[in-house]
Design a protein around this ligand. Structure first.
Ligand SMILES: NC(=O)c1ccc[n+]([C@@H]2O[C@H](COP(=O)([O-])OP(=O)(O)OC[C@H]3O[C@@H](n4cnc5c(N)ncnc54)[C@H](OP(=O)(O)O)[C@@H]3O)[C@@H](O)[C@H]2O)c1
Length: 346
């Protein structure tokens, strides 16, 4: 049983619009002890993802995190003490925990706690090989159903999901156009990720550039943001075009939701399909995706782009980076290295 304090971030007030650091309050307390059916974990890395704003905006009666409660998220952790069958001290796990040094887990949560192999760095297991990468993999392959030679367009292309999905589409032999905010993101997409074209939505007219870069139209639009960019893509879908609805970051912080897409009726004219995706529904197939993506990383076909902030004290600021569009790649926060020797069986 470790001694010391448990530093943690509590929800201080619900956001009015986008996330700000004062939505959270720092607290310190004792390290908890696991009861029967529980384990104590040392938290190592936090995955910051835009959807978490929904969990702090919603009232408690609608499943939101209670005011004064510990902020929750997807973390990589190491088991320190276990009274939970199947989990041993030293195991590395990926699951839902608090933004804190130590958490008590029972193996459940939005996505059940999963062990990962000690030969995968925790940041990679949590990001590109975690839920973020799973959304990209199954979104492109299962919902997009790509065919080589097709034109694939993606929004928030340099973000966590976007950077992986764009490269998976390239690996499948598609022509890939990424939409992202700012020169640094667009440069990375062209030079490092090897995309065929980019649109900087901060400095360019997205519709005009889509006309230039996709003169025959779009076969697959992978949407991470919704809003005006989704409308531009809907208008340019080709016959049998598909829209993969992965997320809608432009809507998450909106106090009043803007009306839905104007151009959705084009789906009717082109026999198109617009389909949502929830990565957790593919949980039984995560190992298949991890194996495929590890081999792409090893062969250099897939680059895992990470934007790392260090220190639990910086978690709210790291979270706010997503809504300020500051992150290039997957936004992660490092809390600590594993304190125990790693267990060799994953
Ligand atoms: N369906 C699933 O199972 C699943 C799983 C994981 C994530 N998701 C969703 O996938 C999307 C991407 O997640 P992620 O974790 O990879 O985050 P991310 O794309 O790295 O998120 C941040 C990016 O979103 C863009 N953005 C921020 N505020 C915006 C606004 N108001 N309007 C439009 N764009 C804005 C910015 O990119 P630019 O600067 O390029 O505009 C920013 O860098 C999110 O919508 C998330 O909820 C879905």
């Amino acid at each position: 049983m470790p001694t010391g304090i448990n530093r943690r971030w509590l929800l201080a007030k619900r956001p009015e619009g986008n996330v700000e650091e004062n939505n959270f309050r720092w607290a310190e307390g004792p390290i908890p002890s696991p009861a029967s059916g529980q384990a104590l974990v040392r938290n190592l890395w936090i995955s910051l993802h835009p959807t978490a704003i929904l969990a702090i905006s919603a009232p408690e009666s609608e499943g939101g995190i209670p005011l004064g409660g510990v902020m929750q998220g997807n973390l990589a952790s190491q088991v320190i003490e276990s009274r939970l069958p199947g989990f041993e001290p030293g195991d590395l796990v990926d699951g839902f925990c608090g933004w804190e040094d130590y958490s008590i887990i029972d193996g459940g949560g939005f996505i059940p706690t999963r062990k990962f192999s000690p030969d995968i760095p925790p940041n990679l297991a949590l990001g590109t090989l975690g839920v973020t990468g799973m959304a990209a993999y199954f979104g492109v392959l299962e919902v997009g159903r790509p065919r080589a030679g097709e034109t694939f367009v993606i929004s928030a292309a340099a973000g966590g999901v976007g950077s992986v999905a764009a490269q998976i589409a390239k690996i499948q032999g598609l022509r890939v156009i990424g939409i992202a905010g700012g020169k640094e993101k667009c440069d990375w997409l062209l030079r490092e990720a090897g995309l065929d074209g980019v649109i900087d939505h901060r400095s360019e007219d997205v519709g005009k550039r889509l006309d230039e870069l996709c003169p025959q139209g779009i076969d697959i639009f992978f949407d991470n943001v919704g809003g005006a960019i989704l409308d531009e893509a809907l208008m340019r879908l080709r016959q049998n075009g598909r829209v993969v609805v992965c997320g809608g970051t432009s809507r998450y912080g909106a106090a009043v939701h803007p009306p839905g897409p104007k151009n959705y009726l084009n789906l009717c004219m082109i026999n198109g399909r617009m389909e949502g995706l929830l990565a957790k529904d593919y949980l039984p197939r995560f190992p298949e995706a991890v194996a495929a993506m590890r081999s792409w990383i090893q062969s250099g076909q897939l680059k895992s782009k990470e934007d790392i902030v260090v220190g639990l004290e910086n978690a709210p600021a790291a979270f706010a980076r997503l809504f300020a569009s500051a992150n290039v790649g997957k936004q992660l926060l490092k809390i600590a290295d594993p304190p125990l020797p790693l267990r060799s069986e994953g």
